[in-house]
Design a protein around this ligand. Sequence first.
Ligand code: SDX
Length: 380
Amino acid sequence: MTDIKKGLAGVVADVTAVSKVNPETNSLLYRGYPVHELAATQSAEAVAYLLWNGELPDAAQLAELRATERAHRALADDVKAVIDLTPLGAHPMDEIRSAVSALGARDLAGTGSVLDASGTPEQNLERSIRLFAALPAIVAYGQRRRRGQDLIPPRDDLDYAANFLWMTFGEEFDPVVVDAFNRSMILYAEHSFNASTFTARVITSTLSDLYSAVVGAIGALKGPLHGGANEAVLHIFDEIGDADNVVAWLDDALAHKRKIMGFGHRVYKHGDSRVPTMKAALDTLIAYYDRPDVEALYTTLESEFVARKGIYPNLDYPSGPAYNLMGFDTLTFTPLFVAARVVGWTAHVMEQTAANALIRPLSEYVGPDERHIDGFVDEV
Ligand code: SDX
């Protein structure tokens, strides 16, 4: 029997220079830089530049990226029309998937046959920046539409994180909140060959276009075993209510063999390297909004579950309550993950394109032995 690697667990499918996930040292490097150093010192724009180009930008390069990003922030009328056609009851990830598809159809209109789909490195970098710039307005408008609120245009005087919050809530947030949000976007930006990134690489390997790769990645990220977990964490917090109910809730959940969202990881088996940095950001929000109840629930559930199962929190566990405190609707959490991870996805699309090989694994056939149609007479 062939040694099948179910879920490709432990399989090294290719090399990458974009990031290094190291479970032994419980660390994550973006182009060699520890992610917690980047989260503490850089803007989301600077980290996007690093992941795309391999180096942190100098002042001129950052200014140029910021100018381009600002120029593409506004929600295009045709993309807004696609969002407005999406049923209000649709999941925001379906809405975003359609919006990115529409954005790609517009940007690629007239670019020729499928033979040109893959794009040049310059075209793909431009497309990556355009998606990074456009997704905040798509995510922000989606939440406002669901709340019956109008679109808020972007502001050129605000950096990426502050403008994202402005377009969503129509207010300028305290630097404490903006910093926590900025850190979350950096922490979510990239994580090597996770399911959605690998999906993007598979699509890219056929020489399809960058937008198709991102649409596929959005589909993969929606799943609660992957990106959808941050939304699921808040559903769990809402179910439990407060710290006093944790033990009873966990007894029941484990008795019913439920997966506790926000815990566990395919690669990290002794804790997710990003959690301390995101928990520190959550701690600033808990203090700022004076919510000791959130701290009590968070720490009680974590300590109870780790003690029973030895399974540790992943990034979705602290980010869910953090986004909740910032005021985002729970349904908006995974779209926020899309807005951040589009940087990693597009960095991998460009890397796959630069040294491409069609991704097509084998399979072991376990179906019926060869058999034939009664009375069939072979005509050849
Ligand atoms: C992300 O890959 C990435 O890098 C992803 C990500 C990124 O940045 O892109 O880090 C983002 O997706 C984080 C993960 C978010 N998902 C969740 O929080 C969903 C809950 N977690 C589990 O579904 C699970 O931990 C996975 C899917 C994340 C990883 O699972 P594995 O490595 O495939 O391991 P497994 O599911 O086979 O679990 C091994 C055992 C099982 O027990 P047995 O059936 O062998 O008795 O551990 C148990 C599992 O039941 N287990 C859990 C659990 N996670 C594992 N039991 C309860 N709750 C959990 N969360």
